[in-house]
Design a protein around this ligand. Structure first.
Ligand SMILES: *Cc1c(COP(=O)(O)O)cnc(C)c1O
Length: 467
């Protein structure tokens, strides 16, 4: 490989990252028209690496979202901590297959270290098994495959051998507020979305333990998963894990927790009360590419029953070298060949330390509260959900008084066109709203001020154009 190629990339990367904090967040061309400069059909002859790089840079520059930067508040998207980005580069260069210990002893051993760190920081049992996967979506699939194994084994059904046809059905007790990736995991696992039964919620949209108790005692002996949330996508609300796990376990149910970002509150002394009792669940799913700020992609699944976890994924293949009791990741993952995700996770956690992770969580929560409060103080803004942690919901009121949904969407379009900050919309409780998420390690007080200015100007402009 020509040495200058990687140097060119390093120079470009440095310039990109230096410009990012002050750059426009919205792509300069939201249609990414420049990608049309890439041939529509693959040419017969190849291109020199330098020329490929040049074409790639030219084709993408106008269509890149500044989501790695400090004024991106859409969806729940973290940035990349410097040490983690650097380690991710090495991960690519080393190109290890982290599926088996024998393929890369260093990757496998580091993954065991990092797995133990994650269990510890997230306040989960040290004896839990785990998997580093692509994201929380596949972490759900991984954890719920273990749940499926465990529940059906108890019903005398070997799901890995027999499949699901003819098995006792699994029921999933959850709330309407659960994330859509949970439902998709049920689709992929053959459990099906019809398996979901909604349990009553309280005023804070948390599952009601009495409601759970009522369903479980009314229909006992149904293999049951109770799916809880650490951090509601819109409000950041947390289910009460202690009481809910107590009820679920008394009835033999499996408790799964979606903690895509909220699980990280366990790392902060100031926010840890929200995750109290989380370690009593049976499985957990979270991300490192959200709140820990590793680059994409990495999620984390943990299972309190390593036998059930391994039982659903274990692979025996003649060419696998016995690792002498070492951990082969493929026995816990839906993939065989896979990226050595432990390296960037190691780097993020090691560079922050426990204090740094706590400070990152606390800072994002503080900024989210400030952003929602300050936007909420503008005329014609209604705060629908003030942040519990780093997420909040507001909407913009139509001065003519008749179509708040349309007005909110127009303000959002104006914010995105402005580009100083990026905020997105969603439909929540039947209304169009703006959802705020602060998940980036770089976001500062100044960034919050710039975002508030951006929203204020977009609001004024939309009002003026409404006339
Ligand atoms: C983002 C998110 C997911 C899905 O995570 P991916 O990393 O996108 O797969 C699941 N649950 C919640 C609450 C989320 O915020």
């Amino acid at each position: 490989m020509p040495q200058s190629l990687l140097r060119t990339v390093a120079d470009h990367a440095e310039a990109y990252l230096e410009a990012l904090p002050s750059a426009r967040v919205t792509p300069t061309d939201t249609t990414a028209a420049d990608v049309a400069t890439v041939p529509a059909t693959l040419p017969e002859t190849g291109l020199a690496p330098e020329a490929v790089l040049e074409e790639l840079l030219g084709a993408t520059a106008s269509g890149l979202m500044g989501s790695a930067g400090p004024r991106f508040f859409g969806w729940v998207i973290g940035g990349g901590l410097p040490a983690s980005v650097a380690a991710d580069w090495l991960t690519t260069v080393w190109d290890q297959n982290a599926g088996a210990f024998a393929c890369s002893p260093a990757a496998a051993a580091m993954e065991s270290r990092v797995g133990a760190w994650l269990l510890d920081v997230l306040d989960l049992p040290a004896t839990a098994s785990f998997a580093l996967v692509t994201g929380c979506q596949i972490a759900h699939v991984t954890a719920l495959a273990a749940a499926r194994h465990h529940l059906l084994e108890q019903a005398g059904w070997d799901v890995e051998r027999k499949g699901l046809a003819g098995s006792p059905g699994i029921r999933v007790l959850t709330t309407p507020h659960r994330h859509e990736t949970l439902a998709r995991a049920l689709r992929l696992l053959g459990i099906g979305t019809d398996s979901q039964v909604h349990v009553d919620t309280d005023a804070q949209r948390r599952m009601d333990p009495a409601g759970l108790e009522a369903i479980l005692s009314r229909t006992p002996k149904v293999p049951t998963v109770v799916a809880l949330q650490a951090g509601d996508l819109n409000t950041g609300a947390f289910d009460r894990f202690g009481p809910l796990c107590e009820v679920a376990h008394r009835h033999g149910a499996w408790v799964h927790v979606d903690g895509a970002f909220g699980a990280w509150c366990a790392a902060s002394p100031a926010h840890r009360h929200l995750t109290a009792g989380i370690g009593e669940a049976d499985s957990w799913a979270t991300d490192t590419h959200k709140w820990l700020n590793t680059p994409y992609d990495c999620g984390f699944a943990a299972v309190a029953h390593p036998g059930a976890h391994r039982g659903s994924f274990e692979m025996a293949a003649g060419y696998v070298i016995d690792a002498g009791g070492q951990r082969d990741a493929m026995n816990f993952n839906p993939e065989w060949s896979r990226r050595a995700r432990a390296f960037p996770v190691y780097a993020a956690m090691r560079s922050l330390g426990r204090e740094g992770i706590a400070a990152l969580v606390d800072r994002c929560c503080r900024h989210a509260t400030a952003l929602v409060e300050r936007v909420g103080a503008l005329k014609g803004v209604e705060v629908l959900a003030a942040p519990v942690i780093n997420q909040g919901v507001v909407r913009f009121l139509d001065p003519a008084g008749d179509d708040h949904d349309r007005f909110t969407d127009r303000v959002l379009a104006a914010i995105q066109a402005d580009g100083r900050a990026w905020l997105g919309g969603t439909t929540w409780e039947g209304q169009r709203v703006m959802r705020v998420s602060v998940s980036n390690w770089q976001t500062s007080d100044d960034d919050v001020s710039v975002a508030v200015d951006c929203v204020r100007d977009a609001l004024a402009q939309t009002r003026a154009s409404t006339g």
